[in-house]
Design a protein around this ligand. Structure first.
Ligand code: ADE
Ligand code: ZN
Length: 314
C-alpha cells in the first residue's frame, strides 16, 4: 500500500451516515428526515444542497466527546487506507453554537488525535477554519481565540463556505494575524468560482496552498504563476465531480495541472458526502505509483506540520 497523506478534509464532513445515526441516538436527538436519499446516502445535488446536508449532519452532535469520536473515527479509517498524516479542517463555529468552549472542544480533538496515533500510528493535526459566508468579523474573532489559546496540534488557518460571498481581501486582516503568529494559511478558491477567485486569493492573502483551485486550469497564466510560486493545490476530484464542477473524473483537470508544473495533492474533502475516501482518490486518479508517491511527498512538504514531524514522515 502506498503511504498517503491528506491536507484537505473537513471534520464534520467526514461523519459517515452510520456514525451520524449512532451519535444522534446517543444524544437523544432526531436527525432531519430529509438528510438521507432513498439509498441511505446524504441527499445533495449541488454545492448549496451540499452545504445544507452538511448542516443537517451536524444536528447529530452535542458534546465535546462527539467531536473526539468523529476525528478518531476518521483517522482510524484513513490509517486503514495507508494514511500516515492527516490535517483536518475544524470549525469552532459548531461547538460554539452547542455551548462547548473552544478549550473543551480542542481538548476533545487532541484526545482523539492522540488515541488514533497510539492505536494506528497516524499523525493528525488541526487547521482552524472560518466560514466565508459568516463574514470577516467572525474570522477575526476566530483567529484571536486561536492565538490566545494555542496548542501544538493547531498548525494552520483556513476558510471554507460560500466562495461567492465577500472578497478575499475582506479576510486579509484575519489571515495576516494568523500568518504573523506562525500559522500556515490556506483558502478555498477556484472551486465554485473561476480563476479570478484564485488570483485574488494569492494576491491578497498570505497563503501557500489553495483549497481546490482546480478552476485555475481554465487560465494558463494562472497555472504558470502557481507553478512559479510553488503554491500547492489541495485537489479533491471526487468532490468536484459529485458537486457537478466536472461531469466525470476523465474530464477533471488534475492531469493538466500536473502537466503545467503545478504542485498538487490528492484529498477527500467530505468523503461520505461524495462517496469517496482518500484511498479511492489515489486509486481512481489515473496516476501511476511513482506519481502517487510524489503526490504523497508533496502533501507532507506542503503540510503545516513542524519540520521535525515532516522529517519523521518523509
Ligand atoms: N465546507 C466543507 N466542504 C467544502 C467545500 N468543498 N467547499 C467549501 N466549503 C466547504
Ligand atoms: Zn473543502
Amino acid at each position: 500500500m502506498i503511504p498517503k497523506a491528506e491536507i484537505h478534509c473537513h471534520l464534520e464532513g467526514s461523519i459517515p451516515p452510520k456514525l451520524a445515526v449512532a451519535l444522534a441516538e446517543r444524544n437523544g436527538l432526531a436527525l432531519p428526515p430529509n438528510l438521507f436519499d432513498e439509498k441511505g446516502h446524504y441527499a445533495l445535488t449541488d454545492f448549496w444542497s451540499f452545504l445544507q446536508a452538511y448542516d443537517r449532519v451536524c444536528t447529530s452532535l452535542k458534546t465535546a466527546r462527539d467531536f473526539r469520536d468523529v476525528i478518531y473515527t476518521y483517522l482510524a479509517g484513513a490509517a486503514g487506507e495507508g494514511a500516515v498524516y492527516v490535517e483536518m479542517f475544524c470549525s469552532p463555529e459548531r461547538p460554539a453554537a452547542l455551548g462547548i468552549s473552544y478549550a473543551a472542544w480542542l481538548a476533545a480533538l487532541v484526545e482523539g488525535i492522540d488515541d488514533a496515533e497510539r492505536d494506528f500510528g497516524i499523525v493528525g493535526r488541526i487547521i482552524i477554519i472560518c466560514i466565508r459566508h459568516l463574514g470577516p468579523e467572525r474570522a477575526d474573532a476566530m483567529v484571536r481565540t486561536m492565538i490566545a489559546e494555542p496548542h501544538p496540534y493547531v498548525v494552520g488557518f483556513g476558510m471554507g463556505g460560500d466562495e461567492a460571498k465577500f472578497d478575499p481581501v475582506d479576510f486579509a486582516p484575519a489571515y495576516r494575524h494568523a500568518h504573523e503568529n506562525g500559522y500556515g494559511c490556506t483558502v478555498h478558491a477556484g472551486e465554485v468560482l473561476g480563476p479570478e477567485s484564485v488570483w485574488a486569493s494569492i494576491r491578497d492573502l498570505p497563503v501557500t496552498r489553495i483549497g481546490h483551485g482546480v478552476r485555475s486550469a481554465d487560465d494558463p497564466a494562472l497555472m504558470e504563476e502557481l507553478a512559479r510560486r510553488g503554491i500547492v493545490l489541495e485537489v479533491c476530484p471526487g468532490s468536484n465531480v459529485a458537486l457537478g464542477l466536472y461531469p466525470d473524473r476523465a474530464s477533471h483537470p488534475l492531469h493538466r495541472l500536473i502537466a503545467a508544473g503545478v504542485r498538487v495533492t490528492l484529498n477527500s474533502d467530505d468523503p461520505p458526502f461524495f462517496h469517496t475516501t482518500l484511498g479511492t482518490e489515489y486509486d481512481l486518479s489515473g496516476l501511476d505509483e511513482p506519481a502517487l508517491r510524489d503526490i504523497a511527498r508533496t502533501t507532507i512538504e506542503a503540510s503545516f506540520a513542524d519540520d521535525a514531524t515532516k522529517r519523521r514522515l518523509l
